[in-house]
Design a protein around this ligand. Structure first.
Ligand SMILES: Cc1cc2nc3c(=O)[nH]c(=O)nc-3n(C[C@H](O)[C@H](O)[C@H](O)COP(=O)(O)O)c2cc1C
Ligand code: SF4
Length: 703
């Protein structure tokens, strides 16, 4: 296979007075670990890991220029007093020592300054606002999630202060003072936040800013406050610091959202005011509706075309963010469309990404799977964790300590838990044999790639790790006490996944009822005609003989044209699997009814993704019924009770996507036979990819 190279991405860059070793930028991602505004060692470790991993520029998470005023969290770093300089300096020194440059993101959070709300201070705004938006998505947040979100503002509602001329002068001079502290700390750059609904971004927007003075009305007027801040900062520290400006190339989701044309005009003004670079982001104006449009887009390269348009109108470098995968970043820089690529979640998932690209090891980059679990913690004012990288927030644990004595470990199950266990154990010096009863790697994750294509990148990575680490894998090998004894292990890890029982309501055993297991058997071609229906099993057999059903992408595409199931499908169970399956089937032209026994759909998907999944399912025509109790399944329908009323929907096929339960009977049998055993992944507790990887990590880093 030809090794991918990234010469443009890896070429040195320059922004104002700052040079960088390459064009990869870590964009701001707040870690929420500061204590009363002070940078903590955990945060330094976090940034140093990404600097040592080769990113040319590290941008800190948002820091509050007037901390604690205008802060979103008491765990946010402050820039408001000289006492914060030593912490910032320790960070700058450590990042420099690790070979990168440091930029400090600076902001006043304006209307989303949760600390002000919690302390009964009015939040700063251009004017008394109309911040009403559709919050119906919160119906899919659990009471615990709602409580945690409310706690961030002590359960209080915001009150607003229309900024006076005095407030405006205060903001500008406070920002310049903050920049001076950043310079004194020895950082290389400061980023001024003019996006994401924070104070300067709100002034820029025509819907939010209704002022009638020189700070409202026309675009130049709305950009005036940002320009004054940029000029003041440039004047104070421009000789020492590069001044980056973060702006939305476009906002989404409401009338009056900032347009690309406005963003271009604003960027030109920002350059005139002194910006050394424009960092193009995006923002969904309703966090409960549009969060996956921005600031964390679901679409790969979501803001690239906006960044490229802005670049045509400015003379300073342009940074693009938003799922900028290495390949598209390389091409966009090589084509001169942008100058730098910021990679956020990808560098949370794998801080070593830049080094791996430089060394021609792109296939070793652990991918971000776009699951939103990291950022969901920010809604709760908590610290992000990463589904695929358990070391996030605990970087000091790396490199993992080698095993004190090498053991032969048999891992039963080649899903994400089994493969993560095998990978880490091998890295630590153990000898591992993985066995799995199916004919392929991936377990449940393989099937999840049907409905969640982003998971396929993780599957590919696991496969390449298995090859790289030369892990012995025995497929088509059922695990029994005898077959495991024959392998003579010192230890056994049971990662056999969850069990998916058949439904126990009347009609649950009818031939039109599929469970997760029969659907799988159908795709693998191992179902009997009776189990899967004659046509479905034919599909499976064709696939098995041709090998084509080994490619998730093939199955995803093929089923768009040919899906041998009737038009009317009822999915019972609307948690993660059922919700995504309902959308998958509706996208393929099926009339889908989704029946869910409780209120919140999509659990345990992270909130922003859950909200979007519900919205997308409805947009695809899925008929959703919550709080139902299933009465019976007939050969042609499903009947249920909702409130006091009974209902029925036609069903040529019923998919039972509920009842997934943790169970590891093999573990008990093995222990009885004298083996030492650990259970990981869904076999121990159902928590999908995140649970699989984290529970494995907890066990195998200690073995
Ligand atoms: C956990 C987390 C925290 C974030 N915090 C900030 C922040 O403090 N300031 C900011 O401008 N953007 C913040 N972002 C947005 C990122 O800077 C970036 O624009 C976004 O993640 C899209 O890039 P990506 O697709 O490469 O992740 C945050 C993102 C994440 C995942
Ligand atoms: S938690 Fe999910 S979205 Fe966030 S970085 Fe990790 S894999 Fe990506």
């Amino acid at each position: 296979m030809k090794t991918k190279t990234f010469p443009s991405l890896m070429s040195p860059g320059r922004i104002g007075p700052m040079s960088t070793s390459n064009r990869i930028v870590l964009p701001a991602m707040d870690m929420n670990v500061s204590e009363h505004g002070e940078i903590e060692q955990t945060e330094i470790d976090h940034y140093v890991a990404r600097a040592a991993g080769g990113a040319g520029l590290i941008i800190t998470g948002a820091c509050a220029i007037a901390f604690p005023y205008g802060a979103a969290s008491m765990k946010e770093p402050g820039l408001s007093e000289d006492k914060f300089i030593p912490g910032l300096k320790a960070l700058a020194d450590a990042v420099h020592q690790a070979g990168s440059k440091l930029c400090v993101q600076s902001t006043h959070h304006g209307k989303v300054a949760r600390v002000d709300v919690a302390n009964d201070r009015p939040v700063l705004a251009p004017n008394k606002p109309d911040y009403s938006y559709d919050m119906s998505a919160l119906a899919d947040s659990t009471p615990d999630e709602l409580r945690k979100m409310g706690a961030a503002t002590a359960g209080k509602q915001a009150s607003y202060q229309e900024m006076t001329d005095e407030d405006i002068s205060w903001l500008v001079s406070t920002w310049a003072d903050a920049a001076e502290r950043v310079a004194k700390a020895g950082a290389d750059a400061i980023e001024i936040h003019v996006a994401h609904g924070y104070i300067l971004g709100v002034f820029l927007n025509q819907r939010d800013n209704k002022r009638t003075d020189e700070y409202g009305g026309s675009l130049p007027n709305r950009a005036r406050l940002a320009c004054e801040v940029i000029s003041a900062v440039k004047e104070r520290v421009g000789e020492h610091l590069a001044v980056l400006v973060r702006v939305s190339g476009e906002e989404y989701g409401q009338d009056g959202a900032l347009t690309l044309e406005e963003a271009i005009a604003a960027s030109v003004l920002f350059e005139e005011a002194g910006a050394d670079a424009i960092h193009v982001t995006g923002w969904g104006r309703n966090p409960f509706n549009n969060f996956t449009d921005g600031p964390l887009p679901s679409k790969v390269g979501a803001y690239l075309s906006n960044a490229a348009e802005i670049k045509k109108h400015v003379n300073v470098p342009v940074i693009a963010v938003g799922r900028m995968l290495p390949e598209i970043s390389e091409k966009a820089i090589a084509d001169g469309r942008i100058d730098f690529a910021a990679m956020g979640r990808q560098l949370l998932a794998d801080p070593e990404l830049p080094n791996k690209l430089r060394e021609g090891k792109a296939d070793q980059v652990r991918p971000c799977i776009n699951c939103y679990l990291c950022v969901a913690e920010n809604f709760f004012d908590d610290t992000p964790f990463c589904a695929v990288n358990p070391a996030l927030g605990n970087e000091a644990v790396l490199p993992l300590k080698p095993a004190s004595a090498s053991k032969h470990v048999v891992v039963v199950g080649a899903g994400p838990a089994g493969l993560e266990s095998a990978r880490v154990l091998t890295e630590r010096g153990h000898r591992v044999t993985v066995i799995d009863k199916s004919d392929r790697l991936g377990g449940t994750m393989w099937f999840s790639t049907m409905t969640t294509p982003d998971n396929e990148s993780l599957l590919r990575w696991f496969k390449s790790e298995v090859t790289r680490l030369r892990i012995a894998v025995k497929l088509n090998t059922p695990a029994t006490v005898e077959s495991i004894r024959a392998l003579n292990p010192d230890h056994v890890i049971v990662a056999t996944g969850a069990v998916r029982p058949k439904p126990d309501f009347p009609g649950g055993d009818l031939p039109n009822v599929q469970t997760g297991d029969t659907l799988r058997a159908m795709m693998l071609g191992t179902a009997t005609a009776q189990e899967a229906g004659a046509v479905l099993s034919t599909l499976g057999k064709i696939g098995r003989l041709s090998g084509l059903t080994k490619s998730p992408e093939f199955v995803r595409q093929f089923t768009k044209y040919w899906l041998p199931m009737g038009k009317d499908v009822v999915v019972i169970g609307g948690s993660l699997v059922g919700l995504e399956l309902a959308e998958f089937l509706a996208e393929r032209g099926r009339r889908v009814t989704l029946l869910h026994e409780t209120q919140q759909l999509g659990l345990p998907l992270a909130m922003p993704r859950r909200w979007t999944a519900v919205k997308d399912s409805l947009a695809h025509g899925v008929k959703i019924h919550r709080n139902v109790s299933i009465d019976r399944i007939t050969p042609k329908s499903v009947e249920w009770t909702e409130g006091e009323k009974t209902h029925s929907a036609p069903a040529s096929m019923v998919v039972y996507a509920d009842g997934t339960t943790a169970a590891a009977p093999l573990a008990g049998e093995l222990r009885d036979a004298g083996f030492t055993v650990d259970v990981v992944g869904d076999a121990g507790e159902v928590n999908y990819i995140h649970g699989a990887i984290h529970s494995s990590w907890n066990v195998v880093t200690e073995l």
